[in-house]
Design a protein around this ligand. Sequence first.
Ligand code: NAP
Length: 246
Amino acid sequence: MLEGKVAVVTGASRGIGREVALTLAGYGAKVIVNYCGSREKAEEVVASIKENGGEAKVYQGDVSDFDTAKEMMASVKKEFGSIDILVNNAGITKDNLAMKMSEEEFDQVINVNLKGTFNCMKHVARIMLRQKSGHIINMSSVSGVIGNAGQMNYCASKAGVIGMTKSLARELGSRGITVNAVAPGYIDTEMTEVLPEDVKKGIIDTIPLKKVGTTKDIAETVAFLASDKASYITGQTISVDGGMGM
Ligand code: NAP
C-alpha cells in the first residue's frame, strides 16, 4: 500500500508512534523514526523494521525546536529524495487542575504538542509543495475535541492541532497534499499507564465500546490516511475512540 514512500514519524520510539512506524514499514514505507530521549527504544524500532525486510533510520531531535525540525526535514529529503508522509505524533502531558497548573507546565505541553506540530508541518510543506504530493497526519486527541478536567494545557494543544490541520489542508489542497488529524481516545500506552486503576475504570465506563483502544487501532487509521485510498479526504479529524467523544 505504501511501497517506496518515505515517511517521517515523530515520537516513534514508544507507544502509538512506535506502532505507526512499524505499521507504515509493514506496508512498504521507508520510515524515519524520530525520537527525543529514548535512543535505545528508537533503535529497537529500526532493528525490528529491518528484521522484517524494511528500511528505517533513527533521527534524534526535539520537535519543539524550530531549527531542529528544519534540519530533520532537510536531511531526510537530502538522503531519501522525498518526504511523502509526515506523522506528527510526538506528544507529552503535564496534567494539573487549572488553579494549580504552572506556567512551565502550560508552556512545555504547548511547545511540544502544538509548536512541534507547526514546526514539522512548516518545514515539510515546501518539500511537499515542490513534489505536488504528500500526506500529513497529526495526532490530536479526544481531549482536544471534548475537553478534560486537569488537562487544560493538553486540550488546548490538541484542539490547536485540529485548527492547524484544517488551515494547512486549505493552503495545500490545490497541490494534491492532504492534511488530516487522528483523535485517539483512551489508548493503552506509557502515557496512560500512569493513571490510577479507579480513574482508568471510570474512563472505560464512559466509552461506548467499553474497552481501551490499542496502538494498532490508531496505526491502521494513520496508514489509511497516508495511503492513496484516502486521497479525497483532507482537513478531517478521524476519531478512533470507541465512541468516547461523540
Ligand atoms: P508516549 O507513549 O508517552 O510516547 C510519546 C512519544 O513522543 C515518545 O516516543 C517520545 O520520545 C516522543 N516525544 C516526546 N517529546 C518529544 C519531543 N519534544 N520531540 C520528539 N519526540 C518527542 O505517548 P503515546 O501515548 O504513544 O502518545 C502518542 C501521541 O498520541 C501523543 O501526541 C499523544 O498526545 C496522543 N494521544 C495519546 C492517547 C493515549 O491514550 N495514549 C490518547 C490521545 C492522544 P522519547 O521517549 O524519545 O522522548
